[in-house]
Design a protein around this ligand. Structure first.
Ligand SMILES: [Cu+2]
Length: 164
């Protein structure tokens, strides 16, 4: 079969480009461990009684390590009583250089869980537990924002991480 030499050149260029993309994905997967975010576990949003989400909040794991269980619903995050009375956006206080693992689930619709200046941007889906770990190096106040439009009160759905 005869292939025009320009067509052959383009076919070669396309094959090389696809090969480079595939190699980049393999290097990301194998060398850097980059994965698509996926739910770590499932939970029944109507029955949280025997889950850590029944008492959301910050828990110390010793050292500078913490875990935070939080729920999202229209239109607030709940991160436990110590974080403030119901209806008040939660404030989470941690010392600098703390490593926090966030576990977040939704009780109603899809929400977002984004933390300013840190690489956390979770999709919070009812029935699924989203998880991410981040170390807060710099003291300061960082907003937690629902960045997934969830209805009329979406813009008041936030919280704050205070790094001391
Ligand atoms: Cu929202």
């Amino acid at each position: 079969m005869h292939i025009n030499r320009y067509e052959r050149a383009w076919l070669t260029a396309v094959a090389v480009t696809l090969g480079v993309f595939a190699a980049a994905m393999l290097v990301g997967l194998l060398a850097f461990g980059i994965r698509l975010p996926s739910p770590v576990a499932r939970v029944d949003p109507n029955n949280l009684a025997n889950t850590p989400f029944a008492k959301p909040g910050l828990k110390s794991l010793g050292g500078a390590r913490y875990e935070l269980y939080a729920t999202a619903k229209m239109w607030q995050f709940d991160a436990g009583r110590e974080a403030g009375p119901l209806g008040v956006p939660p404030q989470i206080r941690i010392p600098a250089r703390s490593e926090v693992t966030f576990y977040v689930t939704s009780l109603d619709v899809n929400h977002g869980f984004y933390i300013e200046d840190h690489s956390i941007n979770l999709e919070v889906v009812p029935g699924q537990i989203a998880r991410a770990t981040v170390t807060f190096m710099q003291p300061g106040e960082y907003k937690i924002i629902c960045n997934h439009y969830c209805g009329a009160g979406h813009q008041v759905m936030y919280g704050t991480v205070i790094v001391e």
